[in-house]
Unconditional design. Sequence first.
Lengths: 181, 223
Amino acid sequence: MVLAGKKEAFEPLVLPYRGSLLSLAFRMTGNMEDAKEAAQETLMRAFKYLRRNDPERSFKNWLLGILVNEARKLRVDRINAPLSLETEVGSDRRLAANGPAPGDAHAARETRSQLMECLTALTAREKEIFLLRDIEELSVAEAAEALGTSSISVRVNLSRARKKIKDAILARYPHLAEDVR
Amino acid sequence: MNCRSIRRSIPLLAGNDISERKARRLRAHLERCEICRNEFRPYSAALGKVKELADRETAPEWTDTEWQALMTRTTSVRIEKRRFFSLAFGNSPFPAPLLGLALAVPAVVIGLVLWNTVLKPKSSPIVPAPAYVRRPEPTPPITAPTRQNQKEEKEPDVRSQEKSIIVARTQERERPAPRPNEPAAAQKESSQDVVSVTLVSQETGLKVVWFLDKNFEWKGEGK
């Protein structure tokens, strides 16, 4: 329908993935501003290149593949760009303004920081694969398709990522190690 | 399977990312081996904790205003037109490599036909060999003059009496069988050409044959 010229049909197409796109972008980029930029760029590219989508492939996986590429591009841009203190402060203020009530926001931020801190132990590639497989719950084959790589590469990186995450979690929650014994 | 190879597969087993058959073997090993079991449990616990943290986490969201603005901006972008390939073949049921092959085969055939008919350079015409490389006409063997021949020559034919005939012939001397000790150069020497010059007397009919080597040096004579 969208390709036939009915542009309004695009919104119902992407609406089910509205939340997962933004949360994955946030986990990949690590801040809200970049996450919104990456997700926005993803939606725009998805609309522009909708004709390239293979109807036999999952639309969600196609969107996630674009998002991973956009987040990667953004990360490279951020590495090359000089750091700005103003941007960081502004990002935190916006996060506070858009979030839930102050008490809940503190708890959510605490949880977010714990998860994000565990994810910092991973390399960029491992993080992409871990997020797609273990958080978004794509299969290994789907993750490989979204990332444009082989299943073997996904398995190797996934193994490494899980080992690092296990170490990070056990360091943060030592009682877990005792509970399992 | 030993413990070392089991431990390599444990991270994948924790997320059920290995085949059912291999998983059964691994689980059977884990039941027997306590060290491997102690290695496996933290993985399961850590992955469970990560999923719990992800579920508890407040997902970031767009406000409705932001979302509407984003949709307006997104749909204002022009959709990419069909590329040449999809324009030409549409949603072809054939995979791209097959289509490529189907195009390549006629292209090669047309190329070969063009090459053979138009583009191939024509072969050069056959040039006759120059006169000096032509093989000389075979000459009859020289026979030594016998008494009968001499008698015939004493009564020469009218036509043969008209003038003396000088015939120069070139013939190859019969090659003697190479001797085992003879050097190769000497063997080569023996096959050199010999020139014979035949002189026939107009009056008496006497025939004299001179043999000369290739340097026109006297080698002998025959009658």
